[in-house]
Design a protein around this ligand. Structure first.
Ligand SMILES: N[C@@H](CCC[C@H](N)C(=O)O)C(=O)O
Length: 285
């Protein structure tokens, strides 16, 4: 393919690349519905690959919603092509994108498989209200072929298991993560797995977190719903007060607000608009 042809090529899928605290996403405007869910799954598998393609933790299709309360809907695909009900950091990214593009004015609601998400955008800072936490289970004993673990569980849009681990630098994220992710206690949906430690800095408690993500099948630099789940569990155990600061593996702080009266968790942090691009044929083979 010649440079001239590449430059003049009008065909191809336009996309945006965004990042929230090191959790990165490819976002495609699919309001025409041209890309089917099956094609979305295939695109995620191809385009999320590092080195061979754009590289990302997930791919998001923005679509029309039939819910009168929602401005739009999304389909979220993990990098392995699996579809997830929700993604906190992805939600912050799309809220920023549609606002920057002038498509919708903040605040607004949008539709996910987990339910309606409320979003407020202030420049690059985005705050979203997640779906109400459900299925809370504290103090589960999980046996694995390696060892047993004391764990906690909550669904903050997607399923999350939380394990306290003091030496967070050496937490066995990729060794034990998959064993818990596929543990029979969470079958068939599986779970994301968060290792957390609470430290005190300048009189303030901070949760350090590392997450093994379902559908990425590895550690990511941040997980919004995982940070929310961890803060919620630490709060329920009486270990922290709201708002809770969560230090992600990527080094950014996320702020989690727990509103008991509304039974809601809010997730706030910065977002990055990284680039806009066009996918060429070669990358779709
Ligand atoms: N990184 C996300 C969660 C994405 C979905 C997750 N991998 C799953 O399949 O449950 C976040 O920021 O919440």
């Amino acid at each position: 393919m010649s440079i001239e042809r590449l430059e003049s090529e009008k065909e191809g899928i336009s996309f945006y690349k965004l990042c929230a605290s090191g959790n990165d996403f490819i976002v495609i405007l699919n309001f025409s519905g041209e890309i089917s869910p099956e094609e979305g799954r295939e695109l995620a598998k191809k385009l999320c690959r590092p080195k061979f393609s754009v590289s990302a933790d997930g791919l998001i299709l923005l679509e029309k919603s039939s819910n009168p309360q929602a401005k739009f809907a999304w389909r979220f695909f993990n990098s392995d092509g699996s579809e997830a009900e929700m993604c906190g950091n992805g939600a912050r990214c799309v809220a920023r994108l549609v606002t920057e593009l002038g498509l919708f004015e903040s605040p607004f609601y949008f539709e996910t498989k987990a339910g309606l998400i409320y979003a407020e955008v202030k420049g690059k800072r985005v705050k979203v209200a997640l779906t109400s936490p459900k299925d809370l289970k504290l103090n589960l004993v999980l046996r694995t072929d390696y060892d047993w673990f004391l764990a906690h569980f909550v669904n903050t849009g997607v399923p999350h298991t939380v394990i306290f681990w003091e030496d967070i630098e050496n937490a066995p994220v990729t060794k034990i993560g998959p064993k818990i992710r596929y543990h029979e206690a969470f079958s068939p949906a599986g779970t994301n797995v968060n290792f957390i430690n609470i430290v005190e800095k300048d009189g303030q408690k901070i949760i350090q977190i590392r997450t093994y993500e379902r559908g990425v099948e590895g550690e990511t630099l941040a997980c919004g719903t995982g940070s929310a789940a961890s803060a919620y569990i630490a709060y329920k155990l009486g270990l922290v007060n709201s708002p809770v600061n969560v230090l992600t593996r990527g080094g950014e702080l996320l702020t989690i607000y727990i509103e008991e009266n509304e039974n809601k968790i809010y997730l706030e942090g910065d977002t990055l608009l990284v680039f806009k691009g066009t996918i060429f044929e070669d990358a779709l083979k």
